[in-house]
Design a protein. Structure first.
Length: 94
């Protein structure tokens, strides 16, 4: 059992040692992307709720489409933030 714990501990330390630390700019960019994603997803969820409560099929369809667009925008915002953070990281290496 002690050998197993020692091996797991060593593996964990090696994993941490392989990680590269992020710069404050990377962290801020990723946080902003996550915040934008959360806000857009929340708006999409609200739009879906509006579609569910709509009494007119046309309005419900429009609200569902808007919700889909908001969820897509949330994904795009997070992807853009991750790409920007990668670019910041790459520039910091040079």
């Amino acid at each position: 059992m002690k050998k197993f714990v020692l091996i797991l501990g060593a593996a964990g330390l090696m994993t941490l040692g392989a990680c590269e630390k992020k710069t404050p700019a990377e962290n801020a960019t990723l946080a902003a992307g996550e915040n934008a994603e959360a806000a857009l997803d929340n708006a999409g969820e609200n739009m879906e709720a509006m579609a569910d409560n709509a009494t007119n099929a046309t309005v419900a369809d429009a609200a569902e489409n808007a919700a889909d667009n908001l969820h897509d925008a949330a994904d795009a915002a997070k992807d853009a933030a991750e790409n920007k953070a990668d670019a910041i990281h790459d520039a910091a290496k040079k």
